[in-house]
Design a protein around this ligand. Structure first.
Ligand SMILES: Cc1cc2nc3c(=O)[nH]c(=O)nc-3n(C[C@H](O)[C@H](O)[C@H](O)COP(=O)(O)OP(=O)(O)OC[C@H]3O[C@@H](n4cnc5c(N)ncnc54)[C@H](O)[C@@H]3O)c2cc1C
Length: 804
């Protein structure tokens, strides 16, 4: 065995094999995969091999397509068959919500370059004659996907990697990991020590245990999963083609042809967690005992919806474990605080996602950047809130919902509430309907007396629509209060703080008493953050950004190596906040503070530490609504007093509470983009339009060269807000933007603009189309709707109200 390697990959399942192949392909010849048993011996060998391209996130869909397309490449390099059955697939809808979701998939697929179409049930039966049409109302046909042979595919990756110079050590168990001072690792195995620059945890069912070797608690857990293989089905005899992979959402069933019979699997509610505390070390190439009694009711639904299945016997049952993260997406990337330690685990669809994961991780390791936005599978989307208890509740919820539709207005109930702000109970008493962001509860909207604080999951407008409209109008006419505790907050202090921030951020760092909008770029000039920086003193700064990105941004800041005299600290749990916005916000706040809030004395983007009622606060004049507004930050012990003071001061001014939904509407009326939705590491500075906040004349900052190069030629595409032709639904996200029948971009976010009476969609279009009044088209739930580019915000285009 080699005693050193540039990278050691732990685990020879399909994911480790893909990472090995991609690192070798990227030019790292000296890479070694260690596998404690035989290749595929974890969850890989018994997978059903199904592969598909759809995911709620466009970028993950794209990586899934990459994965499936890659199989021909590794087959040809390795000479090993992946056992491909590229038959495409069918998705069946049994109710209006499911039909809407399929139409949304069709709209999204156009820009992703995937062939899909809605088809009638008669046509669906040509692809799968076992369907009983009485249980369904519509279907989607997709040309991509099918199934592959799990073992053949894994071996094809490994053989191809070996051809490129990579090595594999089977029957070699990693028992310890020790980091050296220089950041490299000693990988201790039962066959000896390997010195590695990098270590990648691809240990699948044992990813949690490998995490423990370095003191890391990864939010990953295995669930048992059953599928059945039937005897030959007479209805299939003599057919020229196999019936295709079929997903029955309402039945929570998937099936495909396997020789002359079928393979049918179910994601049942009340699934069983496997090895909740520790994965047995000696589990290898094993299955779990069947549990037909428990599963019979769920498979019976399948036998009803596809009656021929119920008329034949069961040839074989498979029950095997595989892993999930709390939200069902993989955990990929570098781990904060553990230099050169990478993860690629919790992959529940290894045959759809393994290739894409290998691609982005290999780029990240060899080039320092994944090359595209992968926030939704970045390990940093979980922070310390994702404890083993949280994971043990969330993973079964996710498993049970594997085939349930994720409605855009739906908040999942398991493991809630976990993190509560100091005014959580007060907001609930006001009718708050809560969502969870990075584990923290925050208000989405407030149900007034007489309205139930809940809504029906839908792709269309819900019961909350009118209430949110009232919140928006009240903010614009009077004053509203929004709790901002769920934002990401960081304190940067020390003598070298300004110089360090100047390097990290692309914007001018504000002077004491001022706040600045602060884009942050990666070396490729793509946007990795859109934050604000308040300078409280020459050596003291408060940075505010997206709450969900807290761990992501902390990892980013730490990788920018603050010098020893700079102190960086997350203020996630040490600052609570409120935003008050609207034309009466000054009058409200002036009742609580002694400083002069007049426009001359406390201008837009002013920042000051002062007292507001009982509470010491950091006060800034800023906000995200486009109205005159202020943000107040205080420590959690003062948060309730501050909240009570704000409510009391607002009583005779008509103060309303507003939530995240209203904020989304208000910001789009002002053409403001939001990080995660509209601004992501996929987009360059020029494309987002955030270049207006950049100081190109200051010294070096990360991404400067790329941003300057882009400025020379101009961005290829631009972020725009569009006014969408009236209908009964608004965009959800990732719908294709069409021009003359061609997909030219996609939607990043949308909402109804209640104060401008227009449905609004934001997205990126080719620069030539970013013209006032340019007409595009968006397919919204099957209806083509005109989308007109509005370069000027529909609300207060001159920004007078913000500066009032
Ligand atoms: C019944 C069933 C059906 C499925 N159907 C599908 C499907 O249709 N389509 C699909 O895409 N996915 C399917 N899956 C999921 C799929 O199996 C997983 O996504 C995939 O196998 C994950 O691969 P992995 O490489 O991450 O993990 P694993 O396959 O678990 O690989 C991890 C490897 O790490 C090794 N290892 C662990 N610890 C150590 C150590 N200390 N030292 C050295 N080596 C170590 C293990 O021996 C193991 O080989 C199914 C799963 C099951 C159970």
């Amino acid at each position: 065995m080699n005693s050193s390697a540039r990278a050691v990959i732990i685990g020879g399942g399909v994911v480790g094999a893909s990472v090995l192949y991609h690192l070798a392909k990227a030019g790292w010849k000296d890479v070694l995969l260690v596998e404690k048993s035989e290749l595929t011996s974890g969850s890989t060998w018994h997978a059903a091999g199904g592969m598909h391209t759809f995911n709620g996130e466009a970028n993950i869909s794209r990586l899934q397509k990459y994965t499936i397309d890659l199989y021909r490449e590794i087959e040809s390099i390795s000479g090993q068959s992946c056992g491909l059955h590229p038959n495409g697939g069918l998705m069946l809808a049994a109710n209006q919500g499911e039909l809407d979701s399929l139409k949304l998939i069709c709209s999204r697929a156009r820009y992703l370059g995937m062939e899909t179409r809605m088809i009638c049930l008669e046509e669906a039966r040509q692809f799968n004659p076992l369907i009983d049409p009485q249980y369904f109302i519509g279907a989607l046909w997709r040309a991509d996907g099918g199934h592959c042979d799990p073992s053949g595919t894994t071996h094809a990756y490994v053989k191809a990697a070996r051809t490129l110079g990579a090595s594999v050590e089977r029957f070699t168990r990693v028992t310890a990991l020790q980091q050296r001072r220089d950041g490299s690792w000693d990988v201790i195995t039962d066959k000896g020590r390997i010195h590695a620059q990098h270590v990648v945890n691809c240990a699948g069912l044992w990813a949690r245990e490998i995490g423990h070797l370095v003191g890391l608690e990864l939010p990953v857990l295995a669930m048992e999963h059953h599928y059945l293989l039937t005897e030959d089905i007479p209805e299939l005899a003599g057919r020229a083609k196999e019936f295709v992979n079929t997903t029955d959402y309402s039945g929570e069933i998937y099936l495909r042809q396997e020789r002359g019979g079928a393979l049918i699997g179910t994601y049942e509610p009340n699934g069983i967690v496997w090895a909740p505390v520790k994965t047995p070390e000696d589990f290898s190439m094993q299955l779990l005992p069947d549990d037909f009694e428990r599963l019979a009711p769920y498979f019976e639904v399948g036998f009803r919806h596809f009656p021929a299945l119920g008329r034949v016997g069961i040839r074989k049952a498979i029950n095997g474990p595989f892993t999930f993260a709390p939200d069902g997406n993989p955990l990929v990337g570098p781990v904060r605080g553990l230099p050169n330690f990478w993860v690629a685990c919790a992959v529940m669809a290894g045959f759809s996602q393994g290739g894409g994961i290998g691609l982005v991780l290999s780029r990240w390791m060899t080039e320092g950047d994944p090359g595209q936005d992968i926030l939704s599978m970045d390990v940093s989307r979980f922070g310390s809130f994702a404890t083993p208890k949280y994971t043990s509740i969330k993973v079964p919820e996710n498993y049970a919902r594997r085939f349930r539709l994720a409605y855009p207005n739906e908040e999942l109930p398991a493991a809630r509430p976990v993190r509560r702000s100091p005014v959580y109970a007060q907001l609930l008493a006001r009718g708050a309907v809560m969502g969870a962001n990075f584990g923290l509860e925050h208000a989405l909207w407030f149900a007034p007396p007489g309205i139930e604080p809940r809504e029906t999951p839908t792709y269309r407008r819900s019961e909350a629509f009118d209430v949110v409209g009232q919140e928006c109008r009240a903010v614009r006419a009077r004053v509203g209060l929004y709790e901002t505790t769920n934002y990401g907050k960081y304190e940067v202090t020390g003598r070298g703080a300004r110089a360090w921030l100047d390097r990290v951020f692309a914007s001018r760092i504000p002077r004491p008493g001022r706040l600045g909008l602060a884009p942050m770029l990666n070396p490729a000039g793509r946007v990795v953050g859109d934050l604000s920086i308040a300078c409280l003193a020459e050596d003291r700064f408060l940075i505010v950004g997206s709450g969900f990105a807290e761990e992501f941004h902390l990892r980013w800041f730490e990788s920018a190596e603050p010098p020893s005299e700079v102190f960086l600290r997350s203020a996630a749990s040490t600052l609570a906040g409120f935003s008050i916005a609207g034309p009466r916000s000054r009058a409200l706040l002036q009742k609580l503070v002694r400083i002069d809030l007049s426009n001359e004395a406390f201008r837009l983007f002013a920042a000051k530490e002062c007292a507001a009622g009982f509470a010491p606060v950091i006060l800034t004049r800023a906000g995200f609504t486009g109205e005159l507004g202020y943000e107040l930050w205080t420590t959690p012990d003062f948060a309730v007093s501050l909240y009570e003071d704000l409510c009391e001061a607002g009583q005779d001014l008509g103060l309303v509470h507003f939530g995240g939904r209203a904020l989304s509407s208000l910001r789009l009326e002002k053409n403001y983009g939001s990080f995660n939705k509209d601004f992501r590491p996929d987009y360059t500075l020029g494309e987002t339009g955030l270049d207006r906040f950049v100081d190109f004349s200051k010294g070096d900052f990360t991404g400067q060269a790329a941003a300057l190069a882009e400025r020379e030629v101009g961005p290829k595409r631009r972020f725009v807000v569009m006014q969408v032709q009236e209908g009964d639904a608004d965009v959800v996200g990732f719908e294709s933007l069409m021009k003359d029948g061609k997909a030219v971009g996609y939607v990043t976010s949308g909402a109804y603009g209640h104060c401008v009476d227009a449905s609004l969609a934001a997205g990126y279009v080719p620069a030539a189309l970013a013209k006032e009044g340019e007409n595009l088209e968006i397919d919204i739930l099957g209806e083509p709707r005109r989308a007109t580019v509005r370069l000027q915000p529909l609300y207060d285009p001159q920004g007078m109200r913000l500066r009032a």
